[in-house]
Design a protein. Structure first.
Length: 265
């Protein structure tokens, strides 16, 4: 497990033990954010974003998905609500008077929205980073498969990462590492096992939707997808020069958008 700066803690959610790093102001006055990573990946992708958020005065909770790092728990027979419960347990353990915000990246957006639906008493705001639209072309799903396959030729993996995750001029090579195939299977199974109506409404909290202008999972025609779904709760913001790996590609720009919005809640 790659360590993230900050205090390491654990919290229990039923049969799961959730390991997480917490960074930022001590006490209970700062807003607390819980950042949930994308498919098959861990919170290491948030390292630079978390650093900037903490420098801006926020408290950041970074949980490892069950089965990765030091987090443990069943990976079979689970659904979105089980995974959301892991994140909610970590967020609740750290949130104070400053309020709690749930943040998801890509697949993590679905889990963040489930947390907001299941724990509307806890969540004051939702931040979606590179959330996909309702559907996307099959070639993007294929790019994900190639990118995460360690036995695939490196050139093919880099091309797939460039196609699906990184804007021109950004090096995808660091993302050759960090994938967990077992977690991917569990997350996909959890999605199939979850009734859409049980999480899609996403609670009642305000939503900040941050999209990279070069993200193929949110083309121009679907740029306002979540505005159409959840207006007037949604504030849409875009970042130029970023694709689906948005928080890793443009951490300073993303943090700047998040800081103002979170502090205004």
């Amino acid at each position: 497990m790659t360590a993230l700066l900050g205090e390491m803690k654990t919290v229990r959610n039923g049969k799961a033990i959730v390991a997480y790093s917490v960074r930022g102001p001590s006490g209970n006055t700062a807003p607390t954010l819980c950042l949930i990573a994308s498919t098959g990946r861990g919170p290491e992708d948030f390292a630079h974003l978390a650093e900037t958020l903490v420098a801006g005065g926020l408290r950041v909770v970074l949980p490892w998905p069950r089965g990765t790092g030091e987090s443990t728990g069943p990976l079979e027979g689970i659904d979105f609500h089980d995974l959301a419960g892991d994140a909610a347990a970590a967020l609740e353990a750290e949130a104070g008077a400053g309020g709690a915000v749930i943040v998801g990246h890509a697949y993590g957006c679905w889990i963040a929205r489930t947390v907001a639906e299941d724990r509307s008493d806890l969540v004051n705001g939702i931040v979606l980073l590179a959330a996909g639209a309702g559907k996307w072309p099959e070639d993007l799903s294929r790019a994900i498969e190639i990118a995460m396959t360690p036995d695939a030729p490196e050139a093919d993996r880099l091309a797939a990462l460039q196609k699906g995750f990184f804007a021109a001029g950004h090096d995808p090579r660091p993302w050759l590492e960090g994938w967990n195939a077992t977690l991917v299977v569990a997350q996909r199974t959890a999605r199939a096992a979850t009734a859409r109506d049980s999480w899609w409404p996403s609670g009642t909290a305000p939503i900040l939707d941050i999209v990279g202008l070069q993200d193929p999972f949110r083309p121009m025609a679907d740029r306002d997808f979540y505005v159409r779904e959840f207006a007037p709760r949604v504030e849409l913001r875009t970042v130029d020069g970023a694709s689906h790996a948005l928080p890793d590609e443009k951490p300073a720009e993303v943090a700047d958008l998040m800081l103002g919005w979170v502090k205004a809640l």
